[in-house]
Write a protein that binds this ligand. Structure first.
Ligand SMILES: Nc1ncnc2c1ncn2[C@@H]1O[C@H](COP(=O)(O)OP(=O)(O)OP(=O)(O)O)[C@@H](O)[C@H]1O
Ligand SMILES: [Mg+2]
Length: 297
């Protein structure tokens, strides 16, 4: 049972605690998919290429493994020193009224004001990409709200956005984050699959869940394609599983350079087939977010 509200629902989505949507302008995209399909690589490339196109990018690492910093090209020592939002006890308490690890009592603010989260908690990465590392929560599953979860759930929907701001959120593998309603308030989901049945199955399940959360636009990315046959196989798996009305389908090629230079995407950005294809993806996904780069914060 949820200590906070007494509810029994399997997911916080059913409780609807953190349901405010301080929608500003800009675009919020969440990247989802099975483990190892390339979510972090795609998120990091999209972030840096979109920033190079003049968009103001906030990359959000919602994976407890916290490897988006290194993927973005932030140096190992600096990345290791980042204090995730969930571990910043003072910030969590300021916003929710309770410290991480404290029993959720009547005083827990379930609708924390997170408008300042980028300004206060983001670190500056290459190409001006601002990175927010959310960090892990102690509670496994359940959907009950501890202070960290309440804060993280409100964080993205509540952050203040400028018209040319783009939020790109990298997630934990699989579909569990949807259970925590992390992606609520997002405009679009980018579902990454590789050409395997299991990845396509998780991809389709993620798409259906995104739709159920009210994310109206779901894009499909077939990553690591070595040939047209790979693409055809992935799409045939998708069809066999029932299909999904994707807003777009983008193929990203298998690229040896990704493995040679991982975790950082810097060398891919110099000149690679993969970065070229992700640049086109950035145009496809973010064509409506444009205009002059804003001045000031
Ligand atoms: N198009 C590609 N061609 C070749 N290798 C790739 C490609 N995309 C990603 N990779 C490699 O695949 C591995 C997994 O990628 P990545 O870490 O981005 O996946 P992920 O979905 O974020 O994984 P996790 O679920 O563990 O977070 C990395 O070594 C990455 O360099
Ligand atoms: Mg990852």
């Amino acid at each position: 049972m949820c200590d906070t509200c007494g509810g029994h629902g399997p997911t916080a989505a059913h409780h609807d605690h953190a349901g405010h949507h301080a929608h500003g302008a800009g675009a919020r995209l969440v990247v989802v998919g099975k483990g190892g399909v390339g979510k972090s690589t795609v998120t990091a490339l999209l972030a840096r290429l979109s920033a190079r196109r003049g968009l103001r990018v906030v990359a959000v690492d919602a994976d407890e493994q916290q490897n988006l910093a290194a993927t973005l090209g932030i140096g190992w020592e600096e990345a290791a020193g980042i204090v995730p939002v969930a571990a910043d006890a003072d910030y969590v308490e300021e916003k929710t009224g309770a410290r991480p690890g404290e029993g959720a009592g009547a005083m827990l603010r379930l609708n924390p004001d997170t408008a300042d989260i980028v300004e206060r908690r983001a670190v500056l990465g290459p190409d001006g990409v601002r990175l927010l590392v959310m960090g892990g929560v102690r509670q496994a599953g359940g959907g009950c709200l501890c202070p960290e979860t309440a804060l993280i759930q409100a964080a993205v929907a509540g952050m203040h956005l400028h018209p040319e701001d783009v939020v790109l959120m990298d997630t934990h593998a699989g579909v569990e984050h949807f259970g925590r309603s992390l992606a609520r308030g997002f405009d679009a989901a980018v579902v990454v699959v590789d050409p395997t049945f299991n990845a396509v199955q998780v991809g389709r399940e993620s798409s259906v869940l995104a739709d159920g959360l009210g994310i109206g636009t779901v894009h499909l990315v077939v990553n690591r394609a070595r040939s047209q046959a790979d693409v055809d196989r992935a799409l045939a798996h998708m069809d066999r599983l029932g299909g999904f009305p994707f807003a777009s389908t983008t193929v990203l090629p298998f690229d040896e350079v990704a493995l040679e230079c991982e975790p950082a995407v810097d060398r891919l950005l110099e000149d690679s087939a993969l970065a070229g294809a992700v640049a086109a993806l950035s145009q496809e996904l973010l064509s409506e977010v444009s205009g002059p780069v804003g001045v000031g914060a």
